[in-house]
Design a protein around this ligand. Structure first.
Ligand SMILES: Cc1cc2nc3c(=O)[nH]c(=O)nc-3n(C[C@H](O)[C@H](O)[C@H](O)COP(=O)(O)OP(=O)(O)OC[C@H]3O[C@@H](n4cnc5c(N)ncnc54)[C@H](O)[C@@H]3O)c2cc1C
Length: 452
């Protein structure tokens, strides 16, 4: 694998000098914590409505999950609760490049989940009920049709679930491009600007305290990805959230064997806009055990049981890191957020070897193609693998949007639109009630309907 700097096409998103802002605004209508796709898309929609919005990112825009993901933009296989936002997201992605005047590599190349058994096929047929309800173009295809959609694969697949209108985009381009569009629309976006916490007056948010000083506001959206649970814990709010490490690789440009995305139990692969492929392992969920694993074990039990076959548990650095991290701090001292500018896990060598082996075995026409870049990201997830959205805690005006799991990139722009409507109280066609945090505390059954 080449590791020269010029091969940091993806890692360039979270490398390089970080310049703190010269100054910060005194006041804002809305402050967003976190410059991932969720925060940035919300800022874009708010700014276009004329809202004075400030977004604070402790590190780089898209420096964590939003720049490190596989780039799949898919409707198929989702929990039905996510579909209205996801369908809107596909629409937004389709018009995005025209609207913002920048390439994000979006293409409706289609999405395939393959079946290795008849039981897998039955699962796909069952999901067709949901597809019909939401009028998706999803269909179950047999092995013959499948061989026309992806060329030269070796497994004897029984067939696949296929959605032609699903697509892909380049994560390292998408969120930074939306951030630039938000700025053009009037948003203020501050990088190297960690938010330490919130101050309130008479039970309502009165300001956000950043490492560079306070910003007066009465509305806050915490879209802090993997850090949301810690941020909320410091305010006395419990947000059940666990993390799994995903190792990802990028190949050099290679022969075109498919245009979109395909997921098999050995490999997840999609075509890139530079003619290469983004590749990952199909069946590894790599969880470093932490104190949160024990804290939230009971709530996550259904998800853990569902993923038991692919779960790889590690005990070590992650545990110590979380154990030694403070859970409360004074707002005039360094917080864990500026001490951890970028969550940048090492890719797993073992998983990388598996990725390379599976790539060459499943797609012999790609055998020998060079892996030119590898990275890892921490996927954060909720107990039912669906986001937690809404106003939370005792302080009025404090909202969260987190727990998007391994599928938040695709839904990000749709979520941003729904969140902007939520924060302004404007009409929204999205029902955000199913995403309320309280579902994990009010005795509602916790049933994951999709995988992490
Ligand atoms: C390996 C991998 C593969 C994935 N594949 C896909 C896929 O193919 N398709 C898909 O749809 N999704 C995928 N996902 C999931 C997707 O990337 C995430 O769901 C999505 O990016 C979450 O966006 P976000 O804005 O909520 O969080 P993030 O992108 O994590 O952004 C949160 C930001 O908040 C900042 N922050 C945190 N605390 C503070 C603070 N106190 N002050 C200031 N800033 C703060 C962080 O620095 C971070 O930049 C994948 C994820 C990973 C890691």
């Amino acid at each position: 694998m080449t590791t020269d700097n010029h091969d940091k096409v993806v890692a360039g998103t979270w490398s390089g000098a970080l310049t703190p802002p010269d100054s910060i605004p005194d006041t804002a209508d809305v402050v967003i914590v976190g410059g991932g796709i969720v925060g940035v898309s919300t800022a874009w929609f708010l700014a276009r409505q004329g809202v004075n919005v400030v977004l604070c990112e402790k590190g780089y825009i898209a420096g964590e999950q939003s720049g490190r993901n596989w780039g799949w933009v898919r409707q198929q296989g989702r929990d039905p609760r996510e579909l209205p936002m996801m369908i809107e997201s596909i629409r937004i992605f389709s018009e995005l490049e025209n609207e913002i005047g920048e390439s994000v590599g979006f293409e409706k190349g289609g999405c395939l989940f393959t079946a290795n058994t008849e039981k897998d096929m039955q699962g796909f047929h069952d999901w067709m009920e949901t597809a019909k309800e939401y009028e998706l173009d999803t269909r179950v295809v047999d092995a013959t049709v499948l061989s026309g959609l992806v060329e030269g694969a070796t497994p004897n697949w029984h067939g696949a679930m296929y959605t032609a209108s699903d697509g892909r985009a380049e994560p390292h381009k998408t969120t930074p491009a939306i951030a630039r569009a938000a700025v053009r629309a009037g948003a203020t976006i501050l990088t190297s600007c960690a938010v330490r916490g919130i101050e309130s007056t008479a039970g309502t948010v009165s300001s956000v305290v950043t490492e560079h000083g306070p910003i007066r506001t009465s509305v806050v959206l915490c879209a802090a990805g993997a850090w949301t649970s810690l941020f909320c814990r410091s305010m006395g709010i419990s947000v059940p959230q666990l993390k799994v490490r995903g190792t990802v690789a990028r190949t050099a440009p290679a022969e075109k064997i498919l245009n979109g995305n395909i997921f098999d139990d050995r490999i997840g692969i999609r075509r890139r806009d530079d003619g290469g492929y983004t590749v990952a392992h199909g069946s590894v969920l790599d969880h470093g055990i932490t104190p949160s694993t024990f804290r939230f074990a009971f709530k996550f039990l259904p998800a853990l049981m569902q993923e038991i076959k692919v779960l790889r548990l590690r005990f070590g650095k992650d545990f110590v890191d979380e154990l030694t991290m403070p859970s409360t701090w004074s707002l005039d001292e360094l917080s864990p957020f500026e001490q951890n500018r970028v969550l940048n896990p090492e890719p797993s060598k073992r998983v990388l070897n598996g990725i390379r082996r599976n790539l060459y075995e499943v797609f012999p026409r790609l055998a020998g193609v060079e892996i030119v870049e590898a990275w890892a990201g921490m996927v954060e997830t909720s107990p039912d693998v669906v986001p937690m959205i809404g106003e939370v805690g005792d302080v009025k005006g404090f909202h969260i949007a987190t727990g998007f799991s391994g599928h938040g990139f695709g839904i990000g722009p749709g979520a941003g639109k729904a969140l902007a409507a939520m924060l302004t109280g404007s009409d929204s066609s999205f029902d955000l009630e199913p995403f309320r945090l309280s579902r994990f505390f009010d005795g509602s059954p916790i049933r994951p309907m999709t995988t992490v």
